[in-house]
Design a protein around this ligand. Sequence first.
Ligand code: S3P
Length: 455
Amino acid sequence: MTKEHIFSSTPGGRLSGDIRVPGDKSISHRSIMFGSLAEGVTEVEGFLEGEDSLATLAAFRRMGVAIEGPTQGRVTIHGVGMHGLRAPDSALDLGNSGTSMRLMAGLLSAQAFNTELTGDASLSRRPMRRVTQPLALMGARIETEATGTPPLRIQGRSPLRGIRYDMPVASAQVKSALLLAGLYADGETCVTEPAPTRDHTERMLTAFGYLVTRHHNTVCVKGGGRLNPTRIAIPADISSTAFFLVGAAIAPGSDATLTDVGINPTRIGVINILQLMGAHIDIVNKRMFGGEPVADLRVRAGTLKGIEIPIEQVPLAIDEFPALFIAAACAEGRTILTGAEELRVKESDRIQAMADGLRQLGITAEPTPDGIIIEGKGGIPAKGTDLKSAPENQTVFSGGEIDSHGDHRIAMAFAMAGLRAAGPLRIRDCKNVDTSFPGFVGLARKSGLNIKTQD
Ligand code: S3P
């Protein structure tokens, strides 16, 4: 694949049938980390074979952990115990993966060896002080560039002490980095979050038999415990599901069921927001996969309306805004997002990249420092309307060319916009879709989107 890897998404499709997207990225990362630190063999099913979680897997292999697979999502991890990791022979390259770097910063600051963590151009621009500063309060020694960005040079052999930390940003990555360091620290480490963020670390530590306590918005661990190996079944990633939820909600005639989707309450902002916009989403067949709730989501096309996105939903949908902005463009009336400045420091500046792309396709979209205002074009034909005789009802986006800025979620969001476009969309620089969603184009095509890749 070349850097110019292009998606071509053309109008006329609709989504239908059962769709099972790959495994959850956040949970996949954590399964490797905790499985590696456990004493014995952990079996994982449904592991995401995307570049980000594979970067974590490769890093732990390089620290001496024997890991078999992944083979069709199955991974067997021969855990080495809390103190069994070995020094890698050179820097660990974590590619595009912010989660790998931030969580490993916490874990590696407690090891008896030094490490250096590097990443690609996008990761090398991302802010790391949010983890290095509180870790320094625990006694960790980590150097960044003068700009607070990677590479991270982590000095091991630093005795860590537990702290109580009030997080200034609602970030599961920061919380998790501190809890990971806290497993090795003297005394108790407690993290207070300003708003609930994904709690996969807490749930998975508990599944590995580690005591995690929670009082209101504060979560604590004590250092010095051990992890017991376990079996982990990873649900389908709600963040990858989001593109199909939006695609089916906006494309006339769609009726699709997303199966085995993780519906952890700290991740379901996308469902809540789409439902507030009037989307038809039924949550059926609820069950548990290990410590995580799972369900099938049936979604049918219908009229959407613009809304003011409730601020408390923002951290619960933080990765799903590119897809939600496409839904907003297809809604009737204005959608206003505030309190989402974090979107500016993701794999790309997602507010700017989405505003630019939407404008390119004829949508009025005004970026603000902490969000965006999108004027929806609305309109979905009533059931039974002959679309061929009224194609203008269906069209929201003009055709055209868009730059994904190498951001997987921007690329997939605009791919779905093709369902309501007047002409073909060419989306550039889509290679990084493989970081979170290998097989996206094939699955989307099978589900009814007219999409292909052009190199
Ligand atoms: C993640 C947390 C979120 C999210 C990222 C994955 C995690 O980042 O955007 O894709 O697995 O902990 P922040 O915690 O920085 O918001």
